[in-house]
Design a protein around this ligand. Structure first.
Ligand code: C2E
Ligand code: CA
Ligand code: CA
Ligand code: CA
Length: 279
């Protein structure tokens, strides 16, 4: 019998690389992990593209497994999406994020953006409205901006339910960002239909900043498109001064990547907040 991680690894398409954990099924094991509170938030800083000041973060899920240690998102998120468990997992993650961050709300820079990754299945679930309302109510009014990141890899089918969901979210002031932009097939009509506020350029394109002319051309075109559509642009995966400078010269509003800070647990994040902002 395959170990859990091997099984998850295969499902995630990254190959079986770790054996040793016995589980009846990943569904059962992940259900157990959810009740045990093993899915935890990590936080990665987001800075402004003009002055590199800290202005937000993205919440990234990690699995703190009792025997296998910290399991990266790529390894279990695809399975969580396939099994439907991603919805309660995300709900739990939002509650934990509130618990960890809301007590420090006064120390956050104004208009602080908090990005949460939302899977397509969650966009058919009207409970998301209340989950966002509760999230916002944990913070002093107007102190944060909640941003839902929807990946371009899974297109959302427009229905009466999604119409109502997106309208109510907009009413709450929740912003919508298209994640991994450039890797999927969302059309301009799609971007308009869902009243998108921001595009997150996938890091495979950001890596082109220091590359050949053709690759840079692709990156420039994505930035131009976003500007023409009046959308904010977030560049993810910024790893070098060269990439940072290239993107800020082109007016990219927000930058995120190892260059400014890695995803980290709440304690180091709060330390960073006390000292100088990242970057
Ligand atoms: P994503 O939403 O595109 O998140 C960015 C990923 O790039 C994160 O990987 C982050 O750690 C990584 N990253 C950030 N800066 C850099 C950099 O400078 N260089 C490199 N090489 N990588 C960088 P992570 O945390 O492993 O997450 C992978 C994917 O798993 C995410 O991609 C997202 O699609 C998904 N994911 C993570 N947390 C959640 C969640 O709570 N819910 C859902 N539905 N998906 C999640
Ligand atoms: Ca994301
Ligand atoms: Ca990405
Ligand atoms: Ca700084």
């Amino acid at each position: 019998q395959l170990g859990l991680l091997a099984l998850l690894g295969t499902l995630a398409g990254v190959g079986a690389y770790k054996l040793g954990l016995r589980a009846l099924s990943p569904r059962v094991e992940m259900g157990r992990a959810l009740s045990a509170g093993e899915f935890v938030p990590y936080y990665q800083p987001l800075v402004r593209g003009d002055d590199y000041e800290w202005c937000g973060l993205e919440v990234l899920m990690r699995w703190k497994h009792p025997t296998d240690g910290l399991i990266p998102a790529d390894l279990f998120i695809p399975y969580a999406e396939r099994s439907g468990l991603i919805v309660p997992m995300t709900e739990h993650l939002m509650i934990q994020t509130c618990r960890e961050l809301a007590p420090h709300a006064k120390r956050l820079p104004p208009d602080f953006h908090i990005g949460i990754n939302i899977s397509a299945a969650h966009c058919m679930d009207l409970r998301l409205i209340d989950q966002c309302r509760q999230f916002l109510s944990a913070f002093p009014a107007g102190s944060i901006v909640l941003v839902l990141e929807l990946t371009e890899r899974e297109l959302i089918e427009p229905t009466d339910v999604t119409d109502r969901l997106f309208a109510e979210l907009r009413g709450l002031g929740v912003k919508i960002a298209i994640d991994d932009f450039g890797t999927g097939q969302s059309s301009l009509a799609y971007l308009q239909k869902f009243h998108i506020d921001a595009l997150k350029i996938d890091r495979s394109f950001v890596a082109m900043a220091g590359s050949d002319v053709l690759s840079r051309h692709i990156l420039d075109n994505i930035i131009d498109l976003a500007n023409r559509l009046n959308l904010d642009v977030v560049a993810e995966g910024v790893e070098s001064t060269q990439q940072r400078d290239y993107l800020s010269e082109r007016g990219v509003q927000y930058l995120q990547g190892y260059f400014f800070g890695r995803p980290m647990p709440i304690d180091p994040l709060l330390q960073t907040l006390k000292q100088a902002p990242p970057g």
